[in-house]
Design a protein around this ligand. Structure first.
Ligand SMILES: Cc1cc2nc3c(=O)[nH]c(=O)nc-3n(C[C@H](O)[C@H](O)[C@H](O)COP(=O)(O)OP(=O)(O)OC[C@H]3O[C@@H](n4cnc5c(N)ncnc54)[C@H](O)[C@@H]3O)c2cc1C
Length: 351
């Protein structure tokens, strides 16, 4: 056996909670040990299997573990998120008929939480990771969206965002189907998923089952008859009856403190999101788990409170709290230092 240069102890929690610092940069195969070493800036992880489902970066990872670096093209789409007030007027998704390429573009979709999404449009962008929203495209969404949803009006808008569908293309730029492959002979114990674009969310479970089937075919693990795949959802404070809310507050007084007023998210729920086994430590992480900051004011009221909670609960400095990705620090340093009087004087001199 070749000694594998060990590594950070593998833990799902460490990978997930520090995921933004653990971008995979290289994958080494140790044939004699029948394992891979997955390198990240925060250390390396030893694993028997590598399943590549890295979205935008799937082609890079593909190459790292022995498959081609498949060409992909970025088809960008912009969206409007409308206030729940607009949601009252829409109970079912509205699509136009498929266009001549068989695809859909802008449509209006009520979300399970009562908002409405209008979008996406679709265009190729030349910039890498170009997530900005643009006036021309937002105007286009209003024009097209209002044909299928009368309330598609700017006053209902609470946020815009853009996403990129990474489509696999051939050398001429023709769009190809997405790929799920494994090659036990040349790249053993790997599954490679590239170009998983729309409808990748709808297909997530079938894709996951197929990826797992490749692993099961090789490993032939014993079936755990006791495994219960159903995980009961945690009831949100917002969805509780008055009696359930009173019980929750009696058991944990932090349920009695609303941090996000628009979406009625309590301090107890945010604390639980930070500390649960797959805990989060960014403002966006809290948003995705609890809906805090997703309401009408878009975090105007609660974002600083959430930032403070992350600081306190994780025992980190204000300048260490991030919004989402690796460099998105909420604060880069103090706004004022020293004597407030001096600051004012200096400010006015500079002005
Ligand atoms: C505008 C738009 C509209 C869409 N509409 C629909 C729709 O209506 N229905 C539908 O079903 N789907 C839709 N999709 C597609 C869907 O969003 C994607 O197919 C799906 O999110 C892909 O999931 P994924 O897990 O493969 O990749 P992602 O969700 O991109 O996840 C990849 C993960 O890998 C991580 N990662 C990447 N590189 C590295 C690295 N080097 N090291 C470590 N981690 C890494 C990323 O951080 C990320 O967490 C739409 C997409 C867009 C952009």
């Amino acid at each position: 056996m070749v000694p594998v240069p060990l590594t950070s102890p593998f833990s799902l929690r460490t990978i997930l909670t520090n995921g933004i610092d653990r971008k995979v940069t290289a994958i080494e195969r140790y044939v004699a040990n029948n394992c891979y070493l997955v390198h990240t800036p925060a250390g390396a992880f030893r694993t028997k299997w590598v399943i590549n489902c890295a979205g935008a970066f799937a082609s890079d990872i593909s190459e790292m573990h022995g498959y081609p670096n498949y060409p992909v093209r970025d088809f960008k789409g912009e969206y409007f998120v409308l206030d729940k007030k607009a949601g009252a007027f829409l109970k079912t998704p509205v699509y136009h008929a498929p266009n001549d390429r068989g695809g859909f573009s802008t449509h209006a979709t009520p979300t399970v939480d009562g908002n409405v999404l209008v979008g996406p449009d679709s265009y190729i962008t030349e910039e890498w990771e170009d997530y900005k929203c643009t006036k021309d495209h937002l105007d286009g969404l209003i024009r097209d969206g209002s044909k299928m949803f009368e309330q598609m009006r700017r006053e209902f808008s609470i946020r815009n965002f853009a996403g990129i569908r990474w489509k696999r293309v051939d050398e001429e730029g023709n769009v190809l189907d997405s790929k799920l492959e494994s090659d036990q002979q040349h790249n053993p114990n790997t599954v490679n998923l590239v170009g998983i674009e729309s409808p990748g969310v709808t297909c997530a479970l079938p894709l996951a089952r197929r990826a797992v089937a490749r692993l099961v075919a090789v490993e032939k693990p014993e079936v755990n008859e006791k495994f219960d795949p159903v995980r009961p959802a945690l009831k949100r404070f917002y969805d509780m009856t008055r009696e359930e809310q009173a019980e929750a507050i009696a058991a944990d007084p932090e349920y009695g403190e609303i941090v996000c007023r628009c979406e009625t998210v309590t301090r107890a729920e945010i604390r639980r999101a930070i500390h649960n086994p797959l805990g989060v430590h960014t403002v966006t992480g809290i948003k995705n788990r609890t809906r805090a900051t997703m309401g009408r004011c878009q975090g105007g009221y609660c974002e600083t409170r959430i930032t403070e909670m992350i600081e306190q609960e994780l025992g980190i400095k204000p300048t260490e709290v991030r919004y989402s990705h690796a460099d998105s620090y909420m604060f880069t340093g103090p706004v004022r230092s020293g004597n407030a009087q001096d600051e004012t004087t200096e400010g006015s001199v500079n002005a």
